[in-house]
Structures are given as C-alpha cells and as structure tokens.
Design a protein around this ligand. Structure first.
Ligand code: KG4
Ligand code: ZN
Length: 377
C-alpha cells in the first residue's frame, strides 16, 4: 500500500510517499525558516501563504523522487491538527481534493500521532536496511517534544474491532501547562539575539559553555508530576540577562546578525561572551534534565520496557546523550527517530495514516482542520 502523506501544520510544507507504512520512498520538506527568521518567530499569515505557494510543487517533487505518478497512490493521509489553522487548512484541503479527484481513500492524522509513528518508521527503515536493530516494545512511554508540544503518552498496541488490523491507543500522561520546550529554546535564543529557530543554535553553542555555571534548580509542579512548565525557566533566564552587560552584548549581536544573511555556530560563538555561553548551556541542561526525569518517572509508573522520544527537540545532542545514559541506567530502552524524522515531515503522517487506512478509519468529505486537537484519552 502506497500512502501519500501531507503535512502543513506549522512552518514546513511537506509531502512524502511511504510504502507499507515502513519504507520511505521520498520525503520532501520545504522549510519557511528564511521567511520567518527576520521576525524571530512564525508569522501565521505568512505561513499560510507560503504553504499555498509550495503545496503543489512539494507533492509533485515527492512523486518524482519516488518515481511514481500520483495515480499510483493507494491512499492519502493529511494532518488534521493541532497547529496553525490557516496552515493546516492548506494541506488538508489539498489532500482532500486530491483523494476525491483520484477516488482514493483519505485519512486524517493527528500531528502528535505522526511524531510518535516517526519512531516506529525509523525502526522499520533500519530493519529494511539490514541494520542490527532492537525491537521497540509496546506499551511504550513516549515523549513528544517540539516547538508546539511537550507531552507524555503511553502508547499501546491494539486491534481494530472491525477487521482486527493493528491500531494504536494513546493515553495522555502529562503535558506542558505553558510553553513547549522548543518554544523556550526559541524564546531564549530570541532574547539573546542568537537567531531562529533557537534550538539548533543553542545546541551547538552550549558545547562551549559550562552547564553547571547557573543553577536554575528543579522545576516544581503542583498536581500531576508528569506535567511540564518551561515559562518560569525562560523568565529566570530573562532575569539573569536584564540589567547586566549581556543586554548590550545581545544588542551588538542583533546588529551584527542583521547585517548578514546567515551565521555559522563558529561565527556566532566569536560574538558571544563566556557568560552568555554558560547561561545557555545551563538553560539547556535544566530543560533536558526536566524532560528526562519526568519521562523516566512516566516509564517507571507505567512499567514499560521502551521509551520513545520524538519531535524537533529530540534532535538535541545533549538530550539524546542524557536519555541514552539515563534510560540504560534504569533498565529502559530508548528509541529516537533520525533528526530528519524528528522535525516536522510528512513521512511520519503517511506512516501513521497507513495503519488507519488498513483499519478502515477513513475520513469523508467533512474532514476539517482543528487548531487544538488533543491526542488520546
Ligand atoms: O517538530 P518541530 O519541527 O515542529 C513542531 O511541531 O513544533 O520542532 C521544531 C522545534 C523548534 O522549537 C526548534 O527550536 C526545536 O524544535 N529544535 C531543537 C533542536 N532542533 C530543533 N531544540 C533543541 N535542540 C535542537 N537540536
Ligand atoms: Zn511537530
């Protein structure tokens, strides 16, 4: 079964062709970073317009790269939420029209479900490539951590009551009460004039900083201990900057960055004091420690064997190293997608959609997009 996945929930227009939910034939992602970078964050109206310009060329390119024609597709999977409503609608309406015109089945996929399936897809791809892989076990404790989301789920395997095909059930164990972790990375980078998106820049620059220099303390949560909160940490960084020489330094950096199109991490580093590098290394350390501790607590409580981590922030090198060490020490196995499948892409939507198509969970012409679209119970 050849599935066309379409993803447009945020600032990436993406299309992918995935066969049998396991083999990525093509995955095309048109990033809008250059459009939004000068504003230091996503401008929703500009995002919708870019999606409109890109959706058709991106789908065509996905077909060309996979060496298929659109009529070869057996089903279409589109992201139905959560995300920016204008952005979502572009991909959703395009996918719906395509499915109708081709008389092919259509399924709607929750963006978070897509991120979770990226883990299983990566594993299948490695297995098909003959790499020695460990088998992820379900149920699994899963952290989805990105610019828009920070949530913990328990992912369970089930069977469709109608045709007994595999289906997945999701229990939401915790979620952020304010900022997502990626959003905190982006806002701290904006405050310090390090560029957008902030996560990759901070990841690279933090290597030259002392992660113990600033003790941010642990993030305390009242109520559900598996919930997250990153806005206090972001404000703590602001207080460390306000009224200090770091403000003038950030202003100089802003002026220097505005005068050029792009800056490598090495060049940026030359424009950062040791105090700035120490601050961002300590901030990153505090975020990663919090994500790890709550994920391990979730895995303990649910008594699972496997931990999945996905979403843009799962590209973070410190996070990957700490999760690998922390999980091993506690007897869990941890699974990440490769960085290209961690950030927004349509292969993960096609992979999640494959199971829905098989289980007959089809959408009809009333399928629509939802800005807020919780996953699971
Ligand atoms: O999954 P994604 O592409 O989009 C959303 O669904 O939000 O994630 C984008 C987020 C951004 O906030 C970006 O700063 C963050 O992922 N990110 C990282 C890294 N790479 C991307 N955060 C920390 N370290 C990274 N290496
Ligand atoms: Zn995402």
């Amino acid at each position: 079964m050849l599935v066309l996945g379409i993803e447009s929930s945020c600032d990436e227009t993406a299309a992918a062709l995935v066969s049998e939910g396991a083999k990525v034939l093509s995955s095309v992602v048109a990033s809008q970073i250059l459009t939004h970078a000068k504003y230091g964050g996503i401008v929703p109206e500009l995002a919708s317009r870019e999606h409109l310009r890109k959706i058709e060329p991106v789908v065509n390119e996905a077909c060309q790269r996979a060496r298929v024609v659109i009529g070869d597709v057996d089903g279409v999977a589109v992201t139905e939420g959560p995300g920016l409503i204008g952005s979502l609608l572009v991909g959703l309406v395009y996918g719906k029209a395509l499915a109708l015109a081709l008389s092919k089945p259509l399924v709607g996929v929750n963006h978070l479900e897509g991120h979770i399936h990226a883990v299983l897809l990566e594993n299948s791809m490695d297995r098909l490539a003959g790499k020695p892989v460990e088998e992820p076990q379900l149920p699994a404790a899963t952290l989805v951590v990105s610019g828009g989301h920070t949530s913990l789920f328990l992912v369970e395997a089930g069977r469709s009551p109608t045709n007994s095909c595999p289906v997945f059930n999701y229990k939401r164990l915790g979620h952020t009460r304010d900022d997502a972790a990626g959003e905190a990375f982006d806002k701290v980078a904006k405050l310090l004039a390090l560029g957008y998106p902030g996560g990759p820049v901070i990841d690279q620059l933090a290597r030259w900083g002392d992660a113990q220099a600033v003790d941010f303390g642990r993030i305390k949560m009242k109520g559900n201990p598996l919930d997250f909160s990153f806005s206090g940490l972001k404000t703590a960084v602001l207080y460390r900057v306000r009224g200090t020489a770091l403000v003038a330094e950030a202003e100089q950096r802003r002026a220097w960055r505005q005068a050029r199109e792009s800056a490598s991490a090495d060049e940026l580093r030359a424009h950062c004091s040791q105090a700035t590098l120490d601050l961002i290394a300590s901030f990153q350390n505090a975020v990663v420690r919090d994500l790890l501790e709550r994920t391990l607590a979730a895995a303990d409580a649910a008594q699972v064997d496997s931990i999945f981590v996905s979403g843009g922030v799962a590209c973070n090198s410190l996070l990957r190293a700490r999760f690998a060490e922390g999980s091993r020490a506690r007897g869990f196995r941890v699974f990440f997608p490769s960085p290209a499948l961690c950030t927004d892409n349509a292969a993960m939507i096609a992979a999640a959609g494959y199971y829905k198509l098989q289980a007959g969970q089809l959408a009809d012409a009333t399928l629509t997009a939802y800005a807020s679209f919780p996953l699971g119970t």
